[in-house]
Design a protein around this ligand. Structure first.
Ligand SMILES: [Fe+2]
Length: 491
């Protein structure tokens, strides 16, 4: 294949699947300025300057270049090898070199207690949807990540290491000489609007719409907006999990590859902050409360590190879809990117699923999602794609969301639903130019007043009256069926 033909194939592949690296050797998009290590679940190591990483031991009597060794454990010391998560960092000053933690104002729209309905959190009996959550404009004053988190709902509580919370973030300001640390659990961050430059103790993660990252419990980070690509500020989603870690789903009969491949998960390279000056504040969240300490140096002063408790990112457009090539609509679990286990081995705390461009080829099949009542609760959000597109029993807008409590009956409710029963069975592309994620949880969530009222973007607090009018009783008009019924009545 000639060079021109190769380039054409590459462009076609990118247009079809919007892969960033189809047929190229580049693992990131052009805007991303950083280098990464690859491989989910690996032991990684990185050093910013040669010789900073001790060889063959963790705690030399004196570390290279006068650095300090510091361990962070993400699991208990004696956890099984397969579960054990820990690091050694080699830094200018250990993290304990800081001032006293003091109480500061909480973020009033952040909630972490969802043990039972209260005045602050409420059950939803069926389904709700939100249009795009508002990004604060400059007239609102600066809203950085620590203040721009708004909790939608959750289940459980972090101080018993049980449960999860769904948040959105909507920000117009960077964290100036400020770091954040979540002592409660892990953040899975979904970029939806704007580009993000996330500083961590392990190096940088660059995130743009369709990319996700995970920043684990207890790790310090600074989330900034890349102004060049974020004229409207930035917005995204956060799935916070307590007492569990995100894992790749089992592949079972799929074999060794498919869905989100381990090699496509990217980990930062060591990158010490040498540019910032002055005092830093570190804001910590514990039990949903905010505390702050100050220090006279950057917390991102790590020169080298090794371990497996490391923030990482993944480009959702690299997901390898699988589905039926014969009949029937495959269960949505086939689209699982990451899963967070609960203590019930048969019920994940949360599955993170996506729906993007792919082929639909099923024959003699009702191709839209079958009508269903799932034991899982379902939360959907569109990262990009058509505005206000219906099609399910909710309204979708990029930057908004929808939720269905477990066992809520639903399916598709537009002309496609009836049309699909009579459609010509030909291979077709679906999900073109759009990307939606779904959270399936065994938990029935409780929702905040901010979600149901103060956000100002709740569209429906149940289904519209006419939602299912396009689904008539066809059985009742089927003459043959009626004959059978009458015959059976006589019998
Ligand atoms: Fe559903």
């Amino acid at each position: 294949m000639g060079e021109t033909a190769t380039l054409q194939v590459q462009l076609n592949m990118q247009a079809l699947f919007h892969w960033t690296d189809a047929r190229s050797n580049v693992v990131t998009r052009p805007e991303d300025p950083y280098k990464y290590l690859q491989g989910f679940g690996n032991e990684h190591q990185s050093e910013f300057i040669p010789g900073a990483l001790p060889i063959g031991q963790n705690s030399p009597q004196l570390c290279p270049y006068g650095l300090y060794a510091e361990q962070i454990t993400g699991t208990s010391f004696a956890a099984s090898r397969s579960a054990s998560m820990r690091n050694f960092l080699y830094r200018r000053r250990p993290a304990c070199v800081r001032g006293k933690f003091t109480k500061i104002d909480n973020n009033p729209t952040l909630e972490t207690s969802f043990l039972h309905p209260t005045e602050k959190v409420h059950a939803i009996p069926s389904q709700v949807s939100w249009s795009a959550f508002k990004i604060p404009d400059q007239d609102s004053g600066p809203v950085d990540f620590t203040r721009g988190i708004h909790t939608l709902g959750g289940s459980g509580q972090p101080n018993i290491r049980e449960g999860l919370a769904y948040h959105i973030f909507a920000i117009n300001s960077n964290m100036h000489n400020k770091a954040f640390v979540n002592m409660d659990g892990d953040f899975l961050i979904v970029a939806q609007e704007g580009h993000l430059d996330i500083s961590t103790e392990f190096g940088h993660l660059y995130l743009q719409p369709s990319e996700i990252c995970v920043i684990q419990q207890g790790l310090r980070f600074k989330l900034d907006i890349v102004n060049q690509y974020s004229l409207k500020g930035a917005r995204g989603y956060i799935i916070e999990t307590w007492g569990t870690k995100w894992e790749l789903p089992e592949l079972g009969p799929l074999g060794g590859y498919g869905l989100a491949n381990a090699r496509d998960f990217l980990f930062p390279c060591a990158d010490i902050d040498t540019s910032s000056t002055g005092w830093w504040s570190i804001v910590s969240k514990q039990g949903g409360e905010y505390f702050q300490t100050n220090q006279d140096h950057s917390p991102f002063d790590v020169v080298a590190w090794h371990g497996n408790y490391i923030p990482y990112k993944y480009d959702l457009s690299k997901f390898v879809y699988h589905n039926t090539v014969s009949v029937d609509h495959t269960d949505p679990s086939i689209n699982t990117v990451l899963t967070a286990k609960s203590r019930d081995m048969h019920a994940p705390l949360c599955d993170f699923l996506i729906f993007g461009p792919r082929w639909d080829v099923a024959e003699n099949t009702f191709r839209p999602p079958y009508f269903h009542r799932n034991c899982s609760s379902e939360f959907l959000a569109r990262i990009y794609g058509p505005e206000n597109a219906g099609g399910r029993s909710e309204v979708f807008s990029p930057g908004g969301a929808s939720y269905e409590a477990g066992f809520t009956p639903h399916g598709n409710a537009d002309e496609r639903t009836v049309g699909a029963m009579y459609a010509e069975m030909r291979a077709m592309r679906v999900g073109q130019n759009q990307l939606t994620f779904m959270l399936e949880s065994c938990r029935s969530l409780l929702f905040t007043k901010w979600a149901l009222q103060d956000s100002g973007v709740l569209v429906t607090d149940d289904i519209p009256e006419s939602m299912w009018d396009s689904l008539p009783d066809r059985f009742g008009k089927n003459e043959e069926a009626m004959k059978f019924l009458k015959a059976m009545e006589r019998a």
